[in-house]
Design a protein around this ligand. Structure first.
Ligand SMILES: C[S@@+](CC[C@H](N)C(=O)[O-])C[C@H]1O[C@@H](n2cnc3c(N)ncnc32)[C@H](O)[C@@H]1O
Length: 282
């Protein structure tokens, strides 16, 4: 499917309803939604596989598939040149963020654990310069070690159980070349606050915990909800405090008056964190 087709799907009135149904189905088979379920699928691999398999070819079935790059990534890219850099997009899903990195001039590898996701991304962007790969963050190809000037991770860490975060931090750090940058964007919570999950919004300590193996945290933005929701789409003049839409929240929209447009600028609280590895010998 080309980009125009993809956007039409987002604007289709039934999209939110289909997503709501998919979310219910997926929650019902997510062991992490049940007490003690963690042992059943500790890395959530079976669940991620199920998401893409059950979606068939409908992106409404993939809860995080917005079919456009995330605004917080786009905003960051607008202010910083990455042209010519070797870039890695972690957990690339259907490819929109990886494509944004490529449009910004980077030479991009995008990878995902789920083969179906990678095939789908390739099919959506048949003329893409992104090298889409099937790979596991926790068992990545050796040649990626120190191989990227810019590593981008958005919403994958928050989809993983907390016990996996230290290993994920080491894996992310391992990809960053001397002088390179890791950019992490995730939903945010207070230290000690329990917002439920999955997904599990990250606490400041989780973000700080990514500064391992020579990576330094050089910028941390705590981004409040923008409140820039398209209220008209919800048939109300004022939003509720939790009227926020991003990839995981479209189902909420469907419980309101059917929506025909979505504002992707309305966000929950987020972190945008930048880590750097110093040049060798610096
Ligand atoms: C919540 S989605 C986010 C997708 C994308 N980054 C976005 O912003 O839309 C997490 C993605 O990470 C992938 N994933 C989960 N565990 C992974 C792992 N161990 N290695 C690589 N990808 C993984 C999932 O298949 C899924 O596509």
């Amino acid at each position: 499917m080309g980009r125009e087709g993809a956007r039409t799907e987002v604007l289709n009135e039934d999209f939110a309803e289909r997503r709501a149904r998919a979310r219910e189905r997926l929650d019902a088979l997510d062991p992490h939604k049940l007490p003690g379920g963690i042992e059943a699928d500790p890395r959530r691999q079976e669940w991620f596989e199920a998401v893409y398999a059950l979606a068939k070819d409908d992106p409404a079935g993939v809860p995080w598939a917005d079919l456009q790059p995330r605004p917080l990534l786009q905003e960051w890219l607008a202010a910083r040149p990455i042209a010519g850099l070797r870039a890695l997009d972690v957990g690339c899903g259907l490819g929109d963020n990886a494509e944004a990195l490529a449009r910004a001039g980077a030479r991009v590898v995008g990878f995902d654990l789920v083969e179906r996701a990678v095939q789908w991304a390739r099919a959506r962007f048949p003329n893409s310069e992104v090298d889409y790969r099937v790979a596991d963050l926790f068992n990545a190809p050796d040649e990626w070690r120190g191989g990227f000037d810019f590593v981008h991770e958005l919403y994958t860490l928050q989809a993983l159980p907390e016990t996996l975060l230290p290993g994920a931090a080491r894996a992310l750090a391992s990809f960053v070349a001397p002088g390179g940058t890791l950019l992490v964007i995730s939903r945010a919570r207070e230290d000690g606050e329990d917002l439920g999950g999955p997904p599990w919004p990250l606490a400041r300590k989780d973000i700080e915990g990514l500064a391992v193996d020579g990576l330094r945290l050089v910028a941390l933005e705590d981004i409040p909800p923008s409140g820039d929701l398209d209220h008209a789409a919800f048939g109300r003049s004022r939003p509720n405090a939790d009227d926020v839409i991003d990839s995981s929240d479209l189902e909420r929209a469907s419980r309101e008056k059917p929506v025909s447009t979505f504002s992707q600028r309305a966000l929950t609280r987020h972190w945008r964190a930048e880590f750097r590895r110093d040049e060798a010998g610096a």
